[in-house]
Structure formats: C-alpha cells, structure tokens
Design a protein around this ligand. Structure first.
Ligand SMILES: Nc1ncnc2c1ncn2[C@@H]1O[C@H](COP(=O)(O)OP(=O)(O)OP(=O)(O)O)[C@@H](O)[C@H]1O
Ligand SMILES: [Mg+2]
Length: 506
C-alpha cells in the first residue's frame, strides 16, 4: 500500500460516510478543487474544504490547499479531521446564512495570528460545502498594488463560489502547463480593458513585442496586433477569451514567444465585471518540443543518407568485381558487397523508425534474402528463421546484422558443395535482456580438427570481435556433438544482449 495513502480519507470517502452529497455535488467540488490553487494564491491564504455532515453535528475537512504566494497558516494537514458544530462560529454562520462569514479579530493558532473567512459553496439551491480561507497575518504588510489586485480577484471569486457561479460548469483546465497566478496575472474590466497587469504578465507581453504599458489597453486588441493570425485562436475566441467573457485556456504566440492564456470571467454579484486572465510563457517548453521533433527527423535523415552511401559503395565494389580477372579476387569483392549491404539494411530500417529500437525480424529476413545467393546454390539451400528477435537497441543492431551475415554466409559457402541442397535455420529465443540465436545447417560440417579460436580468416575474426564488443558469447561446433542431435552440419550459437550496457556505450 502507498505509505501516504494510509489514514487520509479521500473526498468521496468522506462524502459517502458522512454526507448525503450526490455524484453531481462531488463533480462540482472536484471542479472547484481543480482550480482552487488560483484562489489560494490570489488570497495568500490556506483553503480548507469542509463538508457539513448529514446530521448537523459538525464538519469534516475533505481538502486543503496551501498558497504558493505566501506563508501557510496551517502547518499541519487537516484533511480527515472533524470539528463539531458550535466550535467554529464562522462555519456555522456561513452554512446557516448562505453567505460569506468573516470576523474582524484574528484567531491565534500555534502562535500564528490567522484571519478566517468561511465561504459557502453553492450548487443550485444547496450549500454543499464550505471553504475556509485562512490567512497567516504574519505575512501581511501594507499590500502592494499587486497584492490588492490579487485580493480583489480572490474576493470576487469567493463571492462567485457563494453564488454558485464558480466553478464554471464543464470548464476545467486539463492543461498540465496551465498558468499559475505567479506566472502572470491580468485583470480586465467589463469592457476588456486592462486595469492591472502584474510585472510577470507585462514581461510576457514584452516578450511578444509590446513596447508600451498594458494598463489602459484593450487586451484583445493589443494581442491581435502582436500575434499573427496563424498563431492565435480564431477572431471570435480571441475577443471572447481575452475580453474575459469566455472561461477558457488557449495558446497563442509569434516568432518571439508562445503563451498559454487562461481566462476566468468574473461576475461576483451576477453582472459581468471583467475577468481574471492568467498567462504563462511556454516559449522554452515549446521550442524544446520542436527541437526534439527536428532532432528525431534529422537522425532518421542521416540513417537514410548513410544507407544511400553504403549502397553506392556496394555498387562500386560490384562494378569492380566484374572487371577483375581472378576468381578469388572477384569472390572477395562480392563478399564485401554483401557485408556493406548488411549494414545498409540496418540503416534502412533505422531511417524508418522514430525509436532508438529496431524491429530486428525485418532486418534478419532481408539478410537471409541477401545471403541466399551466396555459393551459387540457386535456391536449393533453404534459409529460414524461427522465433522472433523482437526489438533491439539500434547500437546492437548493426553489429548483430554483420555477425549474422558472416555466420549465414559461412553456412552457405562452406556447408554445401556447389549445386548442393539443404537447410540453414536461424532459431531465436528472445529474453527480455538477452537473445539466444542458433544458426544450424545440415551441410558437410566443420573441417576435421577445426579450431574456431585459431582461424585467422576475416569472417570469423569479424564475428569474434563484434560479439566480444557487444558483451556476448559465441560457440561453434558440430551438430553431431550436440546433445539430442546427430545429423551432419554445423551449429553456431550466439548469446547477445539486446542493448549495450551504458558503460560500454560511453
Ligand atoms: N557452417 C560451416 N560449415 C562448414 N565449415 C565452416 C562453417 N562455418 C565456418 N566454417 C569453416 O571455418 C572457416 C573460417 O571461416 P571464416 O568465415 O572465418 O573464413 P572464410 O569464410 O573462409 O573466409 P571469409 O573471410 O571470406 O569469411 C571456413 O573457411 C570454414 O572452413
Ligand atoms: Mg566466412
């Protein structure tokens, strides 16, 4: 069980156990809680959601929010606690009278003077809960213009809660990037004209290119001038949102910056008095998003070009092979063509994915096809794969493709006489971190006295080196020596980690 979940009941649990609140009431309280950080910040106060219990004996604390703009008044968590009716006269008064109750004198709690205000939460005709606003008066000085503007907006929102006009039904900010009060705060009046803009809000607009002050300007008008049409919401919503008539989140910007705007219309007594507009500069966030996208695209483009270049190299080698008189020389070049081709296959696959992972089955099958022409068997030797490689780190994919090519090529080349027939089977057993790959042919088998460690030939040197670099292991043997197998032919067994371990990639 989650250590923090122990003992702290949730809002629905408290509501179920102690109240008659229905699902719609809970949804309303959920909406309120989605936005009450804003109210806590604007009022520099701790908010506590109290649920009056069903038999009128008291209140249950069902939620708590601390301000990020000032000191907390509630050092301890209160959720889950109960206060009896009569102990907090403000809660009783707010519930009884259905209006905001406040007192002149502060309460003293743990040597902290706290001013308390109780706000009834109205949904339709019902008071379904109470919000207590607890202000730590130690933090209160003569308020600045910013603080006054915050407190005004907070009291308007509080009145709206008491009148049942906040939260806005159906309007909830799901934006993870949703602005907070401290990110930028603008108050517009009923005509959409800015009456106050916080220094941060002004900075956001300066970034968008504003050279004048914001106060006194028509916000939608100013914004329209700064933001080109393609980077702002449609005309109708820009005036509705920035004019403060529509509760909504929107994103707008220009070449200099991107801003998330949140608009909360205010109608404390039923008539529209303007809006609270919160802004957040997300320029850096967005440009990082864009950078990531272009970085991905660039990496894929590079893979594509590497593949093209490798194919060019292969074509040149093939041309040269045709001109060479000596048979062994020609064969050597043709082998080189296939080695280059095997690497090209991996880059081709990487150029088509977004991930740092490769679905290796497609690569393996292309390699099988590439190798099938080796040794001039004209289709009489069948190559097949059983089992799946699954996804493999792109750093492992290229060496693994080369290893596989060498091993398959050997089976085709040395296992079967020209014109011979048989089968080469690749069996994959994929674990989460390791791959077991067996390549078994039913050809002539290894030469007598063959010591795979001792050969100085290129093919197996490549295999040994790459397997070693990947941190894997390699075993080559005769099928006759395998337990449960007695046929002719050769077995090559590889064990390869799916991804390189970090210290090896550095
Ligand atoms: N599947 C096999 N069946 C029979 N002999 C094999 C098999 N695999 C490897 N050998 C033997 O191992 C030897 C070494 O293989 P290796 O790939 O290192 O060199 P090569 O194939 O001769 O030349 P290249 O460098 O062009 O690959 C081969 O010459 C062959 O005798
Ligand atoms: Mg070889």
């Amino acid at each position: 069980m989650h250590p923090y979940a122990v003992g702290v009941p949730s809002l629905p649990e408290l509501a179920r156990d102690h109240t008659d609140l229905g699902p719609d009431d809970l949804a309303w309280l959920g909406l309120l809680q989605a936005d009450w950080q804003i109210i806590a910040d604007l009022s520099f106060a701790d908010l506590v959601l109290w649920l009056p219990d069903r038999d009128g004996s008291g209140y249950w604390a069902a939620g708590q929010m601390r301000p990020t703009t000032g000191p907390t008044a509630l050092v301890d968590d209160v959720v889950g606690t109960f206060v009896a009716t009569g102990r907090r006269s403000l809660l009783d008064a707010a519930l009884r009278e259905g209006r905001i109750a406040r007192e002149g004198d502060p309460e003293w709690r743990d040597d902290v003077p706290v001013r308390v205000e109780a706000i009834p939460v109205r949904r339709g005709q019902q008071i379904i809960a109470l919000v207590a606003r607890n202000t730590n008066l130690h933090g209160v000085r003569t308020p600045s213009r910013l603080e006054l503007a915050y407190l005004d907006a907070a009291s308007e929102l509080s009145q709206m809660i008491a009148h049942g006009t906040f939260p806005h039904p159906g309007q909830r900010s799901d934006h993870a990037d949703s602005p907070r009060v401290g990110d930028g705060f603008i108050r517009v009046d009923a005509g959409g004209v800015v009456s106050y803009a916080s220094p941060n809000a002004l900075s956001v607009y300066r970034k968008l290119g504003l050279t004048t002050d914001l106060a006194g300007q028509h916000l939608a008008e100013v914004t329209r001038q700064l933001v080109p049409p393609e980077q702002r919401p449609d005309e109708e919503s820009i005036s509705a949102v920035l004019g403060g008539r529509m509760p909504r989140d929107t994103e707008l910007g220009n070449r200099a910056g991107t801003v998330i705007v949140r608009s909360i219309p205010l109608r404390p007594t039923g008539t529209h008095t303007g809006a609270l507009i919160l802004l957040r500069d997300v320029t850096d966030l967005r440009s990082r998003d864009r950078e990531l996208v272009t970085k991905d695209a660039t990496i894929r483009e590079i893979h594509h070009r590497v593949k093209n270049n490798l194919q060019t190299v292969a074509a040149l080698l093939r041309l040269q092979a045709r001109r060479i008189g000596s048979v062994s020389g020609r064969e050597a070049l043709e082998e080189a063509v296939r080695r280059v081709g095997a690497i090209a296959v991996v880059h081709e696959t990487l150029s088509q994915t977004y991930e740092e992972e490769v679905e290796f089955d497609a690569v393996a099958d292309q390699l099988l096809a590439l190798v099938s022409e080796v040794g001039g068997h004209e289709g009489a030797v069948r190559l097949r794969r059983t089992g799946s490689f699954g996804t493999i780190g792109s750093d492992v994919a290229t060496p693994l493709a080369m290893v596989l090519t060498e091993v398959l090529q050997n089976a085709m080349e040395h296992g079967f006489a020209e014109g011979g027939s048989g089968t080469v089977e690749v069996t994959v057993d994929g674990g989460a971190s390791e791959l077991a790959v067996r390549v078994v042919d039913d050809g002539v088998g290894l030469p007598p006295g063959f010591d795979p460690e001792a050969t100085g030939s290129l093919g197996l040197s490549i295999v040994r080196t790459l397997v070693h670099e990947l941190g894997g292991s390699l075993r080559i043997g005769c099928r006759a020596d395998e337990p449960g197998d007695s046929g002719p032919g050769t077995v090559v067994e590889l064990s390869i980690p799916r991804r390189t371990v970090p210290e090896q990639t550095s």
